[in-house]
Design a protein around this ligand. Structure first.
Ligand SMILES: Nc1ncnc2c1ncn2[C@@H]1O[C@H](COP(=O)(O)OP(=O)(O)O)[C@@H](O)[C@H]1O
Ligand SMILES: [Mg+2]
Length: 237
């Protein structure tokens, strides 16, 4: 059973191919770790999978059927490295904005739901009235995850979720990802942090030069492709 599928995605920018036929699928509750050199197309792939952008060719499928961009945007959440919270809105407003715009409930219902989500990710009520600038990186990341959850996504994609965090906060991200997996949410995590990738204990996909060079549960321990071996060798002590 696959929830979210990339089928032979191709995309070029100004004639330069960035994705050259990428296929990938995610099952409910599955976590996939995406690794690869900078410029390999990881962020681009996340944008296509979350309906932020359309491929030149190929398709993104939900439950095995092609999905239009609005549906992807609604059902596939995206969490960025630098959180991308709205700086002029407080924590509650950040979490309730999208569901309010989409008319998913009245004010009190949305606020109650936002409080529950913030509690779930460990953001206490004393922070609800603060703007992002008044929060630590780890707190902003939690708010960004609560905001993604507010649309009840079936999949969440994270673009380098630990790279702006102190090392001790990395374990929190791991915990939050595991908790979402237990809820059946499919997740893909782009990271260049190999210890974090190992700690995820997830199926790992190596994307290089717009192609999948490897996709295996034990890719980090037993890389089969020479490109993966080279990539890992250059990054391991
Ligand atoms: N909007 C864009 N316009 C032009 N080129 C882009 C755009 N987005 C990404 N690229 C190019 O596509 C390639 C892949 O980028 P990206 O998906 O960000 O890779 P990664 O996340 O793996 O580092 C890079 O060469 C980048 O410069
Ligand atoms: Mg990137």
């Amino acid at each position: 059973m696959t929830l979210l599928t990339a089928r032979d995605l191709r995309l070029s920018y100004g004639g330069t191919p960035v994705l050259r036929g990428v296929s990938l699928s995610l099952a409910p509750g599955e976590v996939v770790c995406l690794i690869g050199p900078s410029g390999g197309g990881k962020s681009t792939l996340l944008r296509l999978l979350s309906g932020q952008e359309r491929p030149d060719a190929g398709e993104v499928l939900l439950d095995g059927a092609p999905a239009e961009l609005p549906r992807l945007r609604r059902e596939v959440g995206l969490v960025f490295q630098s959180f991308h919270l709205f700086p002029h809105l407080d924590v509650m407003e950040n979490v309730t904005l999208a569901p309010r715009v989409l008319g998913l409930g009245d004010g009190p219902a949305l606020a109650a739901r936002a409080r529950a989500l913030l509690e779930k990710v460990g953001v206490g009520p004393e922070l609800h009235g603060r703007r992002p600038a008044g929060l630590s990186g780890g707190q902003q990341q939690r708010v960004a995850i609560a905001r993604a959850l507010a649309l009840e996504p079936r999949a969440i994609l994270y673009d380098e979720p630990t790279s702006a965090l102190d090392p001790e906060r990395t374990a929190d991200v791991l915990y939050l990802i595991r908790a979402r997996a237990a809820e059946g949410i499919a997740q893909a995590v782009v990271t260049h942090d190999l210890p974090f990738a190992r700690a995820l204990r997830a199926r790992t996909v190596h994307l290089e030069a717009g192609e999948v060079a490897g996709d295996a549960p034990d890719l980090l321990e037993t890389p089969r492709d020479e490109r993966t071996r080279r990539f890992l060798r250059a990054r391991l002590p």
